[in-house]
Design a protein around this ligand. Structure first.
Ligand code: ADP
Ligand code: MG
Length: 250
């Protein structure tokens, strides 16, 4: 589904250049549920933004479902984003002056689906997320978990092949985080590939593979069966920070 070959990316501000991704090689199969981990500043969001065709890369090749994503103009990038991808963010990115139904319907608005039809479809997705009764509420009337479920409904309405989630549980308490992960797992089981960035080990442990970024390269891939050994190794070496307020499960 996704193939990255020697992806390099630098940010230039003034006369300073920061080499953030230094040759990323990565394959992700259709139907995988993977997490990307690594310390702050290691390039996780940069990588996710490239995967989301939200940002360009300087060198290398990115194939999404067999198509090379390179030097796309904004129109083409938007076309592939709409056709292939759904996004979930830590801060939900809901539109504050639109109600829940309108937020979910938004991707269909961009696809020129008529209002009545898109609202009807939005209600279906709200229903799937257990939010039917909240259709007419504004985002600020919803809890964190409800907001994220709303954002997931919005990500799903375009029938994406891949969902990209940047710290989807980062703003949620533990119980709510697990609820959101349960939903993401169910979505994944329906065949949608999911790639999420997290710095929480228990969240990463709910995925099938951890892609570990360090200093702009992939240091290792850790498959679910190996997670326990990975945890023990890292706790011994102090290589991963201790969790703040909940037991790690890996
Ligand atoms: P992570 O998500 O792993 O914390 P990021 O991908 O956000 O890391 O950032 C990697 C590095 O690139 C950081 O040092 C960050 O400051 C820098 N960076 C990120 N975005 C930009 C940008 N738009 N312009 C300049 N530097 C950036
Ligand atoms: Mg980040």
């Amino acid at each position: 589904m996704i193939s990255l070959k020697n992806i390099n990316k630098s940010y230039t501000t003034g006369s300073n250049s920061l080499h953030v991704l230094k040759g990323i090689n990565l394959g992700i199969e259709k139907g995988e549920l993977v997490s990307i981990m690594g310390s702050s500043g290691s390039g996780k969001s940069t990588l996710l933004n490239i995967l989301g065709i939200l940002d360009n890369y300087d060198q290398g090749e990115y194939f999404l479902d067999g198509t090379l994503m390179q030097n796309l103009n904004e129109k083409k990038a938007a076309y592939y984003r709409n056709k292939m991808l759904g996004f979930v963010f830590q801060s939900f990115n809901l539109i504050s002056f639109k109600n829940a139904m309108e937020n979910v319907a938004l991707p269909l608005y961009y696809q020129n689906v008529a209002r009545k039809k898109r609202n009807l479809i939005a209600m279906e997705y709200l229903d799937k997320m257990g939010l039917r009764e909240w259709a007419n509420h504004m985002p600020n009337e919803l809890s964190g978990g409800q907001k994220q479920r709303l954002a997931i409904a919005r990500a799903l309405i375009g029938q994406p092949k891949v969902i990209l989630a940047d710290e989807p549980t980062g703003a949620l308490d533990t119980t709510t985080s697990y609820e959101v992960m349960k939903i993401l797992k169910e979505i994944n089981e329906s065949g949608i590939t999911i790639i999420l960035v997290t710095h929480e080990h228990d969240i990463a442990a709910m995925t099938n593979r951890i892609i570990w970024l360090k200093d702009g390269i992939i240091e290792k891939n850790i498959y679910n069966g190996d997670l326990k050994a990975f945890r023990e190794e890292n706790l011994r070496s102090g290589g991963i920070p201790k969790p703040q307020n909940h037991e790690i499960m890996i």
